[in-house]
Design a protein around this ligand. Structure first.
Ligand code: FES
Ligand SMILES: [Fe+2]
Length: 356
């Protein structure tokens, strides 16, 4: 029998383990608390920190001087907003520039290799491209830090899979009823692709325990993909009613392991349905925080159902599909633009809106 590792490197991956895109690095609060983080991310060792003004830097983890690893486990620290190398004490500001050394003027050409960053709703993303292209698409701007929403709650998992598999959920309508037990699942709009942006709108019903009782929830969801690292779902639940935002952030780490982060935030609810009486007694803020926690736990439960499949599935380049399947092949064509070995022409053809 083949070992998990030997499978992971051949049949299991679509083409490249590291498709281009924006990928989650860390929560901004975690950066503030830990000051300096290190991780393996898209096959690279990186460090990330933020200065006193909150500007974030994501950089290659090796010092341009004599190559020390700059992370906290080697002794790297952040002092006055600058990253200090543990080997000879060169100091780098958040622009990556060496601004001081302990014993000589800072060499002008000592600069860290930086990754472009975006911060959204307390989450830090950085751009990755296999052949070093600058960002050729942006993340959506319309959900950034607004009043009336809870803070984003985060949960993370580590698995042996590829982001194309987990992101495929956006169009894999059939699995929602079979593995997750949703019912009356149906696509409400055609799946659309416009360059790097794919949308998939659907509705479903599901039963879920809420405050110790079982309720039937009726949900409308619109999933927005921006590459394979960033999946955002706008959710309207019609029973309570409530609105929430859910992100599935998938980041290949080293070619075998992938990090999957679930993030969720809820809009504060002014009036709740009489069905859910317990919630109505709570102050608005607390009600939103409690609902956010329960919602996130529900998403965690769903992901736990998917995990054993994702951890072992292989890549079927020509899947045998049934009529009940969603737009799997459209999704595959959408994904192909993010693989560095594919020509830019793939992206050009996808610039035209596809409504299939
Ligand atoms: S290796 Fe970083 S200061 Fe020398
Ligand atoms: Fe799923």
């Amino acid at each position: 029998m083949a070992s998990a590792d030997s499978i992971a490197h051949d049949d299991r991956l679509p083409t490249s383990p590291f498709p281009d895109g924006w990928y989650f690095v860390a929560g901004r609060d975690a950066l503030r608390k830990q000051t300096l983080i290190e991780k393996t991310w898209l096959g690279q060792d990186i460090v990330a920190w933020c200065d006193d003004e909150g500007s974030v830097c994501v950089a290659d983890a090796y010092c341009p001087h004599l190559g020390s690893h700059l992370g906290p486990t080697t002794g790297g620290v952040v002092r006055d907003g600058c990253l200090v190398c543990p080997f000879h004490g060169f100091e780098y500001d958040v622009s990556g520039q060496c601004v001081a050394t302990p014993s000589a003027p800072a060499p002008k050409n000592a600069r860290l290799k930086l990754f472009e960053t975006e911060v959204m709703n307390g989450m830090v993303f950085a751009w990755w491209s296999g052949n070093g292209q600058p960002p050729y698409f942006t993340l959506p701007l319309d959900t950034r830090d607004e009043d009336g929403w809870t803070a984003v709650g985060l949960r993370d998992f580590r698995l042996t899979t590829h982001p194309e598999y987990t992101t495929e959920n956006a169009v894999d309508i059939a699995h929602l009823s079979f593995i997750h037990g949703y019912f009356d699942v149906h696509q409400t709009e055609p799946v659309t692709v416009d360059g790097a942006h794919l949308t998939s709108a659907f509705e479903f019903k599901r039963e879920r325990s809420f405050l110790g009782r079982k309720f039937r929830f009726e949900v409308s969801a619109v999933t927005h993909l921006y590459g394979m690292g960033f999946s955002f779902v706008d959710i309207t639940e019609h029973t309570i009613p409530l609105r929430s935002r859910f992100w599935v952030l998938t980041t290949p780490l080293d070619g075998t392991y992938m990090e999957l982060v679930l993030a969720n935030q809820m809009q504060e609810v002014h009036r709740v349905s009489r069905l859910i009486v317990g919630l109505g007694f709570l102050p608005k803020r607390l009600r939103a925080r409690l609902s956010n926690h329960m919602m996130l736990e529900g998403q965690v439960k769903d992901v736990r159902q998917d995990l054993p499949v994702w951890n072992r599935k292989v890549f079927r380049s020509r899947p045998v599909l049934s009529n009940a399947d969603g737009k799997i092949m459209l999704f595959r064509r959408y994904c192909s633009q993010f693989y560095p070995e594919n020509e830019i022409s793939t992206r050009r053809t996808l610039k035209t809106v596809a409504r299939l």
